[in-house]
Design a protein around this ligand. Structure first.
Ligand SMILES: [Zn+2]
Length: 350
């Protein structure tokens, strides 16, 4: 079994919104450069697979048919705008399907024990796509499609989605808001200060999904150890849920200086996050973990930050983890954790 399967296609470069848009084609180049360097630097086996597209039926398990036909029609007409910040060109429909396919493929390789862990290096990203609408640079919700496929086709009953992108994954949260077979946990910039304007701790889920939507919004300027502290806190809930499979919305836009970000994380924070997520997977689901790329726009550091994240994911332990034990977290983060506990006290033990 390979240590890490990476799913990628050069075709992902063909989707472009406009020349100045931060979600630019070369983002995936930087990440793939980093992965190729890791193939030489580390002893672990890292295999790169060609991305395969997906059946529309798998997309329709998550999205309404109207969204698919609208995206197809705009793209086949040569492109155009679907929301103010999100536009298509003639390749977008096929590449949005390819991104969903690559994420499903990444999950499948792990579910079928061909890879210990996987990473789909895709664009367009997915976590802002709602069941009936595109937006926030996203068209189809790649991770939601993979999660639904795991539940329907691999008979898992408890899948965890952890979203570490700077932004709240409103699409993913809402698609599974009424369900307990998928636990959604997100650490993101506070909705008062950042897109998409939702993701408060009190959004806990409805009906069967009550308690299965965990939002941890942090303030602008949040630093590495506070962010990792929030992730460590979230693992207390994950330990009670005991997931059978972990999916990660891996966005790197919480990095300091990201052009659309407002956090001040250093690259080592992502090393720490990769490590903590891999530990969770080892503790609960024989190491089964699959990541898909979401945001991350600071091009001169994308290679470095993704390399660090993947090293952590492969089990390398960064020094920042030891600092967490006696770290004195900021008052704001303390108060947010308290709000999360209050919102969820009927559902989880703290
Ligand atoms: Zn983002």
């Amino acid at each position: 079994m390979v240590d890490l399967a990476v799913i990628y296609s050069e075709l992902f470069r063909k989707h472009e919104m406009d020349r100045a848009h931060p979600e630019s084609p070369d983002r995936v180049d930087f990440i793939m450069q980093g992965i190729k360097e890791l193939q030489n630097e580390l002893k672990e086996q890292i295999i790169i697979h060609q991305a395969e597209t997906i059946d529309e039926e798998d997309i329709l398990a998550v999205h309404v048919p109207d969204l698919l036909t609208t995206i197809q029609a705009i793209s086949e007409a040569g492109g155009g705008m679907i929301t103010v910040d999100t536009t298509l060109n003639e390749h977008t429909f096929n590449l949005a399907k390819l991104a969903a396919g690559a994420t499903k493929q990444a999950a499948k390789l792990v579910a079928e024990n061909q890879a210990k862990r996987s990473f789909a290096v895709v664009r367009p990203p997915g976590h802002h796509a709602e069941s009936n609408s595109a937006g926030g640079f996203c068209f189809f919700n790649n991770i939601a499609i993979a999660a639904e496929w795991l539940i329907n086709s691999m008979d898992y009953n408890k899948v965890l989605i952890i979203d570490i992108d700077l932004h709240f994954g409103n699409g993913t949260s809402h698609i599974f808001y009424y369900r307990k077979d998928i636990l959604y946990v997100s650490i993101h910039a506070h909705p008062m200060y950042s897109y998409p304007g939702s993701g408060y701790p009190t959004e806990v889920g409805i009906v069967d999904g009550l308690g299965y939507n965990i939002n941890i919004p942090l303030l602008p300027g949040t630093q590495s150890l506070d962010w990792l502290y929030a992730l460590q806190f979230a693992s207390r809930i994950v330990n009670q849920y005991q997931p059978e499979f972990i999916l990660v919305s891996a966005g790197f836009d919480a990095l300091e200086g990201d052009p659309v970000g407002i956090f001040n994380l250093k690259a080592n924070a992502f090393f720490g996050a990769g490590y903590l997520l891999n530990e969770l997977a080892k503790d609960h689901c024989d190491g089964r973990i699959c990541c898909t790329l979401e945001g991350g726009y600071k091009k001169d550091q994308l290679k470095e930050v993704s390399k660090k994240f993947i090293k952590g994911l492969l089990g390398y332990k960064p020094a920042i983890i030891d600092k967490l034990n006696d770290y004195d977290v900021t008052d704001y983060t303390k108060s947010i954790i308290k709000q999360v506990k209050n919102a969820h006290k009927g559902y989880w033990e703290f």
